[in-house]
Design a protein around this ligand. Structure first.
Ligand code: ATP
Ligand code: MG
Length: 249
């Protein structure tokens, strides 16, 4: 990786790019993943590259929903693996939710590499190398899911999910949580809970929350989930972005 001086004003953002380029070189991230990251970065700049109040609230609701779930699953794609593989393993443990590798540009080789990476970072259960079910309404490769993983899940956390897949999972009756910096994307608008935050901030935040909230009663967790509305939260995210832009004038 290129050596980036820690005192560079854009250190974190540049480091993230380096991790993705490494992901592509290692055969973990697709080339298209680089473009997706670019789109995300633009929205992150508008947000002020911070976790906003509405994002923190959506993270709390998402954690409560995962803790209440009977079968929670965390989906991992090539960008997530390059950026937060270790952090996703920690979240998986904190929530007691297995991981499933789920790729838009699927190759068995990439799936295998990501599973190995996650195992090397301490993941216990990782589905994805033997998808034996198809999600209705999607073309074949993108429909693949594991019968014990995403297919049977009641709550799925899908960081950076494509809009179409998100919609198909919602149609199956699942509660779908996405992490997506673009509050206008179809994924964000279709999800049950959209977290408008960078995955590199959202995942560690959620792990800390999960550790803190783990011993709360189901009734207390239900209370957190009950007050949430995705449309309202997305409107808040847009307001936060616009306020940030106005303040820059
Ligand atoms: P739609 O949901 O409307 O179909 P899309 O599929 O066209 O959106 P893609 O470019 O395929 O969008 O997916 C990338 C999405 O992931 C973008 O919306 C982008 O904002 C978001 N994204 C990219 N990198 C990150 C990141 N590091 N953290 C959070 N979100 C990110
Ligand atoms: Mg898409």
């Amino acid at each position: 990786m290129t050596d980036i001086p820690e005192d560079h004003p854009r250190y974190k953002s540049l480091l993230t790019r380096e991790l993705l380029v490494k992901g592509v070189k290692d055969g973990i991230t697709s080339m298209q993943g680089l473009i997706a990251q670019g789109r995300g970065e633009a929205f992150d700049y508008l947000l002020g590259e911070r976790t906003t109040g509405s994002a923190a609230e959506a993270e709390r609701v998402a954690v409560a929903m995962m803790l209440l779930a009977n079968r929670p699953v965390i989906s991992v794609n090539g960008n997530a693996a390059a950026l937060v593989s270790e952090e996703l393993c920690e979240l998986s443990k904190a929530l007691d939710a297995p991981l499933e590798v789920n790729l838009f540009h699927r190759t068995e080789e990439r799936v295998g590499k990501i599973i190995n990476l996650l195992r090397s970072k301490g993941a216990s259960t990782v589905y994805g190398d033997n998808p034996d079910k198809l999600i209705p309404g999607l073309s074949h490769d993108r429909a693949k899911a594991a019968s014990k993983g995403i297919y049977a899940a009641d709550v799925v956390l899908v960081p950076l999910e494509d809009g179409d897949r998100c919609e198909a999972l919602v149609k199956m009756g699942k509660r779908v949580i996405v992490i997506d910096l673009n509050p206008l994307s179809r994924s964000a608008r279709t999800a049950t809970v959209a977290i408008v935050d960078n995955i590199v901030r959202a995942v560690p935040n959620m792990t800390a929350m999960a550790r803190e909230m783990k011993n709360q009663s189901p009734a207390a967790l239900e209370d957190i989930v009950k007050g949430f509305g995705n449309e309202k939260a997305l409107a808040q995210a847009l307001d936060e972005m616009m306020d940030n832009v106005k303040n820059a004038k």
